[in-house]
Write a protein that binds this ligand. Structure first.
Ligand SMILES: C[S@@+](CC[C@H](N)C(=O)[O-])C[C@H]1O[C@@H](n2cnc3c(N)ncnc32)[C@H](O)[C@@H]1O
Length: 266
């Protein structure tokens, strides 16, 4: 993992803490990736032991992301703002979107320096399109939108994506942040969102995750997710367990406690 570090900047290196679990790296561990430290794998195991569905949720979330991007690109959406990107994995947003619309433009946003280290893998745009990476706190919507506007044309529809990320904010703040993003986007823009719904089992997972001395991940009441889409039109099948959002033939459809939606700004 250390060999992945390319920056010589001492402060930058200090920010990549290998003694504290990081969300992007724990998520990468659940997805079976190699871009994580022992401390991340330990927390991933603690959460999985408390809540065995965790790995299924991580995989279902990636599969939902692929289906949603494919669906929107198929409708002609050419611009994507992927907020809380995580570490690069197979089928990143630009790979899926540009396989359908080569001209698609994608801006990735994350505040974890480890994602920046791996950003080169996110910037392998098709020649007809463009990708960019913005290192920023997703709550600073003005800064994110300003930086994204260097790549995205904000007079044309944009798909704003927050997949398995909003739980890092308190529920009310999450709703406000998403509404601020959507207020800056033109008519025809879309929201792609998923998060963990509150059940006794997911509350146990939340508690286990918080034991890692890292920023918490807060599970949601359903209305704390749908509230983000207020004023938007839900795309069929609406707000559902993500494994049941337009599954492709042969895909796993057993419901998971991660619910999501795609919604369009009128
Ligand atoms: C659980 S991962 C999900 C990654 C990806 N969206 C996916 O579904 O595969 C959450 C991501 O959100 C990022 N994140 C957490 N808080 C953030 C913040 N305040 N600003 C920007 N990114 C944040 C983390 O660094 C991490 O990469």
């Amino acid at each position: 993992m250390e060999s992945a570090l390319s920056s010589n900047d001492a402060d930058f290196r200090r920010r990549i803490r290998s003694d504290v679990p990081h969300s992007a790296r724990v998520w990468n561990a659940w997805l079976g990736g190699k871009d994580n430290y022992p401390v991340d794998r330990e927390l991933a195991d603690v959460v999985s032991a408390a809540y065995p569905q965790t790995v299924d949720i991580a995989r279902a979330s990636r599969a939902f992301q692929v289906r949603a991007v494919r669906y929107l690109a198929g409708l002609g959406v050419r611009q994507f703002l992927d907020v809380g990107t995580g570490l690069p994995v197979e089928n990143s947003t630009h790979e899926v979107a540009q396989s359908i619309v080569p001209q698609a433009r994608i801006v990735y946003v994350d505040n974890d320096p480890i994602v920046l280290v791996h950003a080169a893998a996110l910037l392998t745009s098709a020649p007809e399109g463009r990708t960019d990476y913005v290192e920023a706190d997703l709550s600073d919507t003005d800064a994110v939108v300003e930086a994204a506007s260097k790549t995205l044309d904000l007079s044309e529809p944009v798909a704003v994506m927050l997949l398995s990320t909003l739980g890092h904010l308190a529920p009310a703040e999450g709703i406000e942040v998403v509404q601020r993003y959507m207020a800056r986007m033109p008519s025809g823009s879309c929201l792609v969102l998923c998060d963990t719904v509150k059940t006794p089992a997911t509350l146990a997972a939340e508690k286990a995750y918080a034991s890692g001395d890292n920023p918490p991940y807060l599970v949601r009441e359903p209305e704390e997710i749908t509230g983000c889409a207020e004023g938007l039109e839900l795309v069929e099948p609406g707000f559902v367990s993500i494994s049941q959002w337009r599954p492709a033939a042969g895909e796993e459809t057993v419901p998971v406690d991660q619910w999501g939606l795609v919604a369009r700004k009128p």
